[in-house]
Design a protein around this ligand. Structure first.
Ligand code: UDP
Length: 352
């Protein structure tokens, strides 16, 4: 199994899930928003080694092709991408370059080496500002930022490739808001800069690295005025990917599924649940809305349950509890394996 972006937040958890289920895992990552230490953690959590790791940009076709030549790859999970809607508004071109260009470079390498099975990391951000209800897969795409557009364009390319290539099978998984951490506290979300996403920001406030959360918008048309999202645990998210592999062969062509909890939580809900998890009130202030944000985005995740009999089992309490454990054990992220990690009795050695 080739995992692009395997050192990233979702990719690293996916590697553990795959190793735990007996898959051989090959990783490519350019460490844009991650670090090599992550993969050492992956191996310790799983108690198995990743087959090979290549530091490369997926747009580098020659290097990517060499990976396919060296390994017999039977399927690909494609996570490598830029992922901030607000950053994509300020600087759209890298989003198209990396997310669309990266996907076509990968497709080309796959095609040249006869690999036709792909699980693609997409996003419910393709729906844009579609309103307060549950959004199913037939909701028309209207992304609010270039990030969502880059994923929507990639989906259309994949669909078209599948139309013309009878051997190709693609599962596009449109995630709601993956969050949380591995229950071991060894893997989590470590942004290389100021966190853009809500959960890592809240966690850094809770651990004292930042003074207070700025809640972007208190005047949305929602019950408490703050924006609503569907926070799905990262472990459920990667479980869905692993289950997807068993269903790639169910039907030819491309299929699209939402991966979410199907329950909305406001930013204030997250603050309350996180505060309960960490045992202290997370300080916050209401700030202006963030450009590119929408009022509500909650996935109707029933199609995947009907198709595969799979559904998420963790809730927002689990997301906050696990994110807090990770933050406590790794107050400075993966740097030096975290003082807190050792203080909690872990010796920092690979598994026996
Ligand atoms: N959010 C916030 N303060 C932050 C980060 C995020 O109020 O420091 C809000 C953001 O405006 C959105 C929600 O939290 O309403 C989820 O944001 P995130 O960036 O995690 O996900 P996305 O915007 O991609 O749904």
């Amino acid at each position: 199994m080739l995992v692009t972006g395997g050192a990233g937040f979702i990719g690293s958890h996916a590697c553990v899930e795959l190793l735990d289920h007996g898959y051989e895992v090959i990783v490519v990552d350019d460490y844009t928003n991650s670090s090599p230490q992550v993969l050492a953690r992956v191996e310790r959590v799983a108690g198995r080694f990743v087959g090979a790791v290549y530091e490369l940009d997926i747009r580098d076709r020659r290097s990517l092709s060499a990976v396919f030549e060296r390994h017999s790859v039977d399927a690909v999970m494609h996570f490598a991408a830029l992922k901030s809607p607000s950053a994509s508004l300020k600087s759209p071109v890298p989003y198209y370059d990396t997310n669309v260009g990266g996907t076509t470079a990968l497709l080309r390498a796959m095609h040249e080496h006869g690999v036709h099975r792909l699980v693609f990391s997409s996003t419910c951000a393709v729906y844009g500002d579609a309103g307060p209800g549950l959004l199913d897969e037939s909701t028309p795409a209207a992304p609010a930022a270039p990030y969502g557009t880059s994923k929507w364009i990639s989906e259309q390319i994949l669909a078209d490739v599948c139309r013309h290539c009878p051997d190709c099978t693609v599962l596009c998984l449109r995630y709601a808001n993956p969050a949380g951490a591995h229950p071991s506290g060894m893997l989590g979300e470590v942004p290389s800069d100021v966190p853009d996403n809500l959960l890592p920001y809240v966690a850094q406030v809770a651990v004292g690295r930042r003074e207070r959360l700025r809640i972007f918008g208190g005047d949305y048309p929602t019950p408490d005025g703050t924006a609503i999202r569907d926070y799905i645990h990262v472990m459920d998210t990667v479980e869905a990917h692993r289950v997807a592999l068993d269903h790639l062969a169910d039907a030819p062509g491309m299929r699209v599924f939402n991966i979410g909890l199907g329950q909305g939580s406001s930013v204030l809900d997250v603050v309350a649940v996180f505060s309960a998890a960490c045992g202290r009130q997370v300080p916050y202030e209401i700030a202006p809305r963030r450009p590119g944000d929408v009022a509500s985005l909650v996935a109707d995740a029933s199609a995947v349950s009907r198709a595969w009999g799979w559904r998420p089992t963790r809730d927002l309490g689990d997301v906050c509890r696990d994110a807090w454990r990770f933050q406590q054990l790794n107050p400075r992220g993966y740097r030096e394996d975290g003082e807190g990690y050792r203080a909690a009795g872990h010796d920092g050695q690979p598994p026996a």
